[in-house]
Ligand binder design. Structure first.
Ligand code: HEM
Length: 455
C-alpha cells in the first residue's frame, strides 16, 4: 500500500478575452472593481488579462486577500517592478512602496512614528481649524462647488501642516499633475509613455522637485536644534539621512519627503468626496450623522478620546463608502518565484493584480451587498470582521502606513463639513459619475450646492 501523497493536479488558468492590441483596457478603465468581480464570477479566483500588450495574472477573492499576509505570500510576491519607473523618474534608488523584506522594514521603521495616529495626537482642534479655513476658502455660500478639487486642497492643507509643518497649497496642481502622469504611465501603465514628454507634466514635476528641495532645506535647518520628541515625519526622514545615509541617501530624499502627498492626496480626497455623496444621497443617514456631529462640536472643542466611537453613524458611513468605492481596487505585485495558488500555476516574473476589493461586492459576505447600509459594521453584525472580506487599506506588509492617521483625518473632516455647511447634491437627484485614473473615485463633475452655514 502506498502512503505517498497524490500530487495535486493543476488547473488550466482562463484567459479573459479582449480586443486586439488593447486587451481588456476598456473594461478595466470603465469600472475596475466591477471588471474584477465579473471575471471572478465567470472564471474563478485566478485568471489572466491583457492590458495594452502587458499580461497580468489576477488572483481575487478572500483567499487572495488573505494570501498577502501569509508567509508564502510574503515570499512569493514583491512590489519592486511596479514602482521602479517612479523611483527612476525621481532619480532615486528606492522608495517605501517598492521595497520588500528587510529593506522595506528599515524604511517603514523610519517613517512609522511620523505617519502614525500619534503624529496627530493633541492636534485634533488644529485639524478642525485647518478644515474650517478650507471650507471658508473653497466652499462659498450660494455657489456650486466641485467636490473633488475642493477636497484635494483641504487634504494638502491638512497633511502639509500636520505631517510636514507647512501647507504647500501653491503646489497642489503640480503635485496632482505629477502623480496623475506617473501613476498612469509608470505604475499602473494605463497610458502611453509619450505622455511624460508633455511640457505641462515636465513643468509640474520640476515644481514638485522645487517643493522637495525646500522641504530638505527646512528639515536641514531644523535638524540642528530640534528635540527628538518634537520631530515630525520630515524631521525623522532627514534624521535618518544624517545618521544612516546608506538607508536614506540624498538621492532618495525628494521621493520620500513628498511621499505623503502621493500616498494621501488622491486616496483621502477621493474617499471624502465619495462620502459627501453617499451621506447626502441617503437622507436617513444624513439625519443620523448631523445629530452626532452637532453633539461632538457642541462643547466648542473636540475631546480626542474615542473619537470614532462617538461617531457611530458617520464611522459606518465612512466604512460603507470605502467598501463600495474602494480607491485601491487591487494591489499590484510581481511573482518572485513559481508558486501555486488555488490550484493554478503562477510563474516567477509574472505581474499580478491581487483583487482584494472583490469580496467587498459579494452577497456571500455582505447580505444585500449593493445596499448602502451603515449598520453592517456594529456588533453583532460586524460583517467586515470575516477574514479577507474588507481591505480598503490593503493587506500584508504594505498595508497603509497612514491608516490610523487617515481614519482621524477623514472622520474629523467629514464631521466638520456636515456640522458647518448646509449642503445639497447639485442637481438634487444627481447620480454619482466616477473616474478611474489614476485612482478610482468621484468624477470632477460631482458638485454640491452650499446653501448656507448650519453652525
Ligand atoms: C482613504 C485613505 C487611504 C486609503 C484608502 C489608503 C490605502 C492604501 C493602500 C491600499 C495601501 C497599500 C498599497 C499596496 O499594498 O500596494 C497604502 C499604502 C500606504 N499608504 Fe495609504 N491610504 C489612505 C491614506 C493614506 C494617508 C493619509 C497616508 C499618509 C499621509 C498614507 C500613507 C501610506 C503609505 C506611506 C503607504 C505605503 C506603505 C508601504 O508600502 O509599506 N495613506 N494605502
Amino acid at each position: 500500500m502506498s502512503t505517498a501523497t497524490p500530487s495535486l493536479e493543476l488547473r488550466p488558468t482562463p484567459q479573459v478575452p479582449g480586443l486586439p492590441l488593447i486587451g481588456s483596457v476598456l473594461g478595466m478603465a470603465k469600472d475596475p472593481a466591477q471588471f474584477f468581480v465579473d471575471n471572478y464570477r465567470k472564471y474563478g479566483p485566478v485568471f489572466r488579462v491583457n492590458v495594452l500588450g502587458n499580461k497580468y495574472c489576477v488572483i481575487a477573492g478572500v483567499e487572495a486577500a488573505n494570501f498577502l499576509g501569509t508567509r508564502e505570500g510574503k515570499e512569493s510576491l514583491r512590489s519592486k517592478e511596479f514602482w521602479q519607473g517612479l523611483v527612476e523618474e525621481y532619480g532615486a534608488t528606492r522608495m517605501l512602496t517598492g521595497e520588500d523584506g528587510e529593506s522595506h522594514k528599515q524604511l517603514r521603521d523610519i517613517m512609522r512614528s511620523g505617519y502614525s495616529r500619534e503624529s496627530i495626537k493633541g492636534r485634533y482642534n488644529e485639524l478642525v481649524q485647518i478644515t474650517d479655513g478650507a471650507l471658508k476658502r473653497d466652499w462659498p455660500v450660494g455657489k456650486s462647488v466641485s467636490v473633488l478639487p475642493a477636497m484635494q486642497y483641504m487634504v494638502v492643507d491638512q497633511l502639509g501642516t500636520i505631517l510636514t509643518g507647512a501647507a504647500p497649497l501653491e503646489y497642489v496642481k503640480d503635485i496632482r499633475t505629477t502623480i496623475l502622469h506617473i501613476l498612469n504611465v509608470l505604475v499602473t501603465r494605463q497610458r502611453p509613455k509619450i505622455l511624460l514628454k508633455n511640457p505641462q507634466y515636465k513643468k509640474a514635476k520640476s515644481r514638485v522637485f522645487e517643493l522637495g528641495e525646500k522641504m530638505i532645506a527646512q528639515a536641514k535647518a531644523r535638524s540642528k536644534t530640534i528635540k527628538e520628541e518634537e520631530r515630525n515625519l520630515i524631521d525623522d526622514i532627514y534624521h535618518a539621512h544624517l545618521t544612516q545615509p546608506d538607508v536614506m541617501p540624498a538621492s532618495d530624499l525628494i521621493v520620500t519627503l513628498t511621499g505623503p502627498y502621493v500616498a494621501g492626496l488622491d486616496t483621502v480626497a477621493n474617499t471624502t468626496a465619495a462620502i459627501t455623496y453617499t451621506v447626502l444621497k441617503n437622507p436617513d443617514v444624513k439625519a443620523r450623522v448631523l445629530k452626532e456631529v452637532d453633539e461632538l462640536f457642541a462643547a466648542g472643542t473636540v475631546d480626542e478620546d474615542g473619537l470614532l466611537k462617538k461617531l457611530p453613524a458617520l464611522n459606518g458611513a465612512i466604512m460603507e463608502t470605502m467598501r463600495l468605492y474602494p480607491i485601491a481596487v487591487a494591489q499590484m505585485r510581481t511573482a518572485t518565484k513559481d508558486f501555486v495558488f488555488e490550484g493554478h500555476q503562477i510563474h516567477a516574473g509574472e505581474m499580478i493584480y491581487i483583487a482584494t476589493s472583490v469580496p467587498h461586492f459579494m452577497e456571500e459576505y455582505w447580505p444585500n451587498a449593493k445596499k448602502f447600509d451603515i449598520d453592517r459594521y456594529a456588533k453583532p453584525r460586524a460583517e467586515h470582521m470575516q477574514p479577507g472580506v474588507y481591505s480598503p487599506y490593503g493587506r500584508g506588509p504594505h498595508t497603509c502606513l497612514g491608516k490610523s492617521l487617515a481614519e482621524v483625518q477623514i472622520a474629523l473632516s467629514m464631521a466638520r463639513l456636515f456640522h458647518k455647511l448646509d449642503l445639497e447634491l447639485d442637481p438634487p437627484h444627481y447620480e454619482l459619475k466616477t473616474k478611474t485614473a489614476p485612482t478610482p473615485g468621484p468624477a470632477t463633475s460631482f458638485k454640491v450646492k452650499v446653501k448656507g452655514y448650519r453652525n
